[in-house]
Design a protein around this ligand. Structure first.
Ligand SMILES: [Zn+2]
Length: 212
């Protein structure tokens, strides 16, 4: 077995010992349950270490990850996660976090087939088509790539607002709030795209309201 493989278990021993030493009840407390304020939906990219970039400890953020942080209507996996986070964990914030240098978005801007993942990445091509006027007006390819990454995040936020369970929660409990963020891998910072989910709900209401 590789050294990296063995090293992980060494790292884990040290990590557990460190936490137990600084707080003897740390794991006992964790084992009792979770009450995170955040649901964080991000790309599966290995360069996005969720708890680290948010400065949060175990138990403080509920996480779902997939290629290019997509919220796909027919994906039972992600909708089970979001519904559980909203209705049972009662998170205060749902964050969709994309990242610059996203390989999934880059692939969707190209014309090479990657096999099975083509269908998944087509969601991003749909985002491009929806915003083609804005994107095509950007001459610099790198700027267009970054803007598509941002627009993809905003459209995935919109996809959350379209669901019956989110609309019900918003009508009865006034939340949670929905946010679109970008993680900039080149300097380690998080950018808030200032997604105004309340205004967006109003704007989409005529077409997507299914809450009676
Ligand atoms: Zn990515």
């Amino acid at each position: 077995m590789s050294d990296t493989y063995r090293q992980v278990f060494e790292n884990n021993k040290n990590w557990a010992a460190h936490h137990s030493a600084s707080n003897p009840e740390f794991f006992e407390h964790l084992a009792k349950g979770q009450s995170p304020d955040f649901l964080f939906i991000s790309c599966a990219d290995s360069r996005v270490p969720v708890n680290n970039i948010m400065g949060l400890e175990p138990g403080e953020v509920f996480v779902h990850r997939n290629v290019a942080n997509l919220v796909v209507n027919t994906d039972m996996n992600i909708h089970s996660v979001i519904l559980y986070a909203i209705e049972h964990l009662k998170v205060k914030h749902v964050v969709v976090c994309g990242h610059y240098n996203c390989g999934g978005v880059a692939a969707a801007m190209g014309n090479q087939s990657l096999g099975l993942i083509d269908g998944w990445l087509r969601e991003i091509r749909d985002v491009y088509r929806l915003h083609a006027t804005e994107l095509d007006a950007i001459d610099n390819e790198s700027d267009r790539y970054n803007r598509l990454i941002e627009l993809n995040v905003l459209e995935q936020c919109n996809n959350i607002l379209k669901t019956e369970y989110f609309q019900k929660s918003h009508a009865t409990a006034g939340g949670p709030s929905v946010h679109g963020w970008i993680f900039d891998i080149s300097n380690g910072t998080l950018l808030d795209l200032d997604y105004d989910y309340k205004a967006q709900m109003e704007a989409m209401k005529a077409i997507y309201d299914i809450n009676g």
